[in-house]
Design a protein around this ligand. Structure first.
Ligand SMILES: [Zn+2]
Length: 274
């Protein structure tokens, strides 16, 4: 598997979001069934103010310059950076905002879409809501004669940890950091992310996908199904991740639409507004 070193020289800290599939020994799906207790305390459903209606100025939320949209406050975390509401569909997950080690999404299912391999593998799974939307998106693509293929979805905390450990052993921790995410910092643990590729690039996770008609279709249409291409080429310094035209993240239709319309990534949307 390729490792993404392209931008390492110029951009220093950029790493890939841990999509790298250099995992050996696939094993069965789902992982262990730990009942995650108490994860659903109180959904902090912020009332969504109508962004079109610019007349009502809210106090501190609008202080940031240069933003066209009022964003949400960043999600609440523990001191260690673990998200307090890790199951939120719109959860911000990155090196700063982590999924807790014991977080396992509920309702993981295998979406009925094309995969370039057989078997009941953990990486085929997604959360049910995201899986249904992925199916709709792939179906519409097919209608337009765009053949997409799902390559890698859910990945448990433990699996991510062992992948990172294996990579670190092989290349050293510093190198591994450039292309592999640490456990808790990968969106794949949420069950809301899927790496998507196409036969035209040999089903690989390559930036070349962005130049194919499949990659372009994805970029233009994913938001209609509640997905965002999470690490765009022109936002690498904001996301801290290299360009990944293959990695789509389900955030729900409303947020996906907002991000797409305003050309924002989640880090910008959840900008610090303390
Ligand atoms: Zn990915």
């Amino acid at each position: 598997m390729k490792k993404w070193m392209i931008a390492a020289g110029t951009l220093g800290l950029l790493v890939s979001a841990g999509c790298a599939n250099n995992e050996s020994g696939e094993n069965g799906a789902g992982g262990n069934e730990e009942s995650s207790s108490g994860s659903s305390e109180e959904n902090t459903e912020e009332s969504q103010e109508d962004p079109e209606n610019g007349s009502e100025e809210t106090t501190d939320a609008n202080k940031n310059d240069g933003q066209t949209e009022p964003g949400e406050a960043p999600p609440e975390t523990s001191e260690e950076g673990d998200l307090k509401n890790p199951s939120a569909i719109d959860a911000l997950i990155n090196r700063e905002y982590h999924l807790p080690a014991d977080y396992e999404p509920e309702n993981l299912v295998i979406p009925d879409v094309a995969f370039p391999f057989e078997g009941d593998l953990q990486k085929k799974y997604m959360r049910e809501e995201a899986a249904a939307q992925l199916e709709s998106m792939f179906a519409e693509a097919e209608e337009e004669e765009i053949e997409l293929s799902a390559v890698s979805g859910y990945r448990s905390y433990d699996r991510q940890a062992s992948i990172f450990a294996a990579n670190a052993e092989e290349d050293g921790e510093e190198e591994a950091n450039k292309y592999s995410a640490r456990a808790g910092e990968s969106e794949h643990q949420s069950g809301l992310a899927m790496d998507v590729s196409a036969s035209s690039v040999g089903y690989s996770l390559t930036t070349e996908l962005g130049d194919t008609e499949e990659g372009k279709w994805l970029e233009e249409n994913a938001h209609e199904y509640g997905f965002v291409v999470r690490y765009p080429e022109d936002k690498t310094e904001i996301t801290g991740y290299q360009y990944e035209p293959w990695h789509v993240r389900y955030v729900g239709e409303d947020l996906a639409e907002k991000l797409h319309e305003n050309d924002l990534v989640m880090e910008e949307y959840y900008r610090e507004n303390k």
